[in-house]
Design a protein around this ligand. Structure first.
Ligand code: COA
Length: 215
C-alpha cells in the first residue's frame, strides 16, 4: 500500500519525559504510511534496533541480510507500514500484514518496533492505536500480534488494547476483533493522511527555500 498517513493525535511522542507533557519540538513528529518505494527507510529503522529489540521483533536472532531481504520482499504481501518520524528519521513502525485481498476477507498480523532511545514515551501505544484503526477501517479481523513470552512491554501493550492472549510454549498470540468502522474512524484516518501530506509539502517548501537562500 502506498498512500499517506493517519489521524487524531492523542499523545505527544515528540516530547521527552511524561507521556502527557506537551512541549515544543523543533520538527513536529509525524506518523504516516510509508510508500512501497520507502522500504529502505523501514529497513534502516529495523537495522538500528538493538540486539534484544531485534530478537523481540523477529522472535529470534536475524542477520542484517535477513532484514534487508524482508523489507525488499515486503511488497509481495498486502501490507501497510505506519512509520513514526522524528526529525525526518523513522524511529518507530507498526506493520500490518493482511491475510487476504480484499482485507475484509481475512485477519491481519501486526508487528511493532520502536528504537531504544525512543521507547517508553507512548510511541508504541500510538502506533498500535492507529494500526488497529487502519485494520478496523478495512474490516480485517482478527488483528493478531505474535510475541515472545518474555516480552513484558508488548504484553502490557496488548492488554491495554483489550487483546486476548493465548500462550503456546515460549510464544504468545494476542488477538482482537475490532468493531466495524464508523464515520469517525474513517475520518480519523483520512485526516491523518491529509495532515501527513501537508506536513511533507511544507517540509519540502522549507527545504527549497533554505536551498534558495544558500544559492
Ligand atoms: C514493544 C514496543 C514496540 C513498545 O514501544 P514503546 O514506545 O516503548 O511503548 P509505550 O511507550 O507506548 O509503552 C507501552 C507500555 O509498555 C509497558 N512497559 C514499559 N516499560 C516496561 C518494562 N520495562 N517492563 C514491562 N512493561 C513495560 C507499559 O505498560 C507501557 O505503558 P505505560 O508506561 O504508559 O503504562 C517496543 O518496546 C519495542 O520496539 N520492542 C522491541 C520490538 C518488539 O518487542 N516488538 C513486539 C513484537 S512484534
Amino acid at each position: 500500500m502506498s498512500d499517506s498517513a493517519d489521524s487524531t493525535v492523542t499523545c505527544h511522542p515528540g516530547c521527552t519525559g511524561s507521556r502527557n507533557a506537551v512541549g515544543p519540538a523543533l520538527v513536529q513528529p509525524l506518523i504516516r504510511k510509508l510508500a512501497a518505494t520507502e522500504a529502505p527507510l523501514h529497513a534502516a529503522h529495523l537495522l538500528r534496533l538493538g540486539e534484544h529489540d531485534r530478537a523481540m521483533r523477529f522472535m529470534g536472532c536475524v542477520t542484517d541480510a535477513h532484514i534487508a531481504r524482508y523489507c525488499r520482499d515486503a511488497g509481495r504481501n498486502e501490507r501497510c507500514v505506519l512509520a513514526y518520524f522524528e526529525e525526518g528519521v523513522v524511529r518507530g513502525v507498526a506493520e500490518t500484514v493482511f491475510d487476504a485481498r480484499p482485507a475484509w476477507l481475512g485477519g491481519c498480523e501486526l508487528a511493532l518496533s520502536v528504537e531504544s532511545g525512543h521507547q517508553g514515551r507512548g510511541i508504541g501505544t500510538e502506533l498500535m492505536r492507529r494500526a488497529i484503526v487502519l485494520a478496523r477501517n478495512r474490516g480485517a479481523a482478527p488483528v493478531r500480534i505474535l510475541f515472545l513470552r518474555e516480552n513484558r512491554r508488548m504484553r502490557a501493550l496488548a492488554l491495554r488494547f483489550g487483546m486476548t492472549l493465548a500462550v503456546s510454549g515460549t510464544e504468545i498470540e494476542a488477538s482482537l476483533r475490532p468493531q466495524w468502522p464508523n464515520p469517525f474512524t474513517l475520518l480519523a484516518e483520512n485526516l491523518g493522511d491529509g495532515h501527513a501530506w501537508w506536513s511533507r509539502w511544507l517540509a519540502g517548501r522549507a527545504a527549497s527555500a533554505k536551498r534558495a537562500a544558500h544559492a
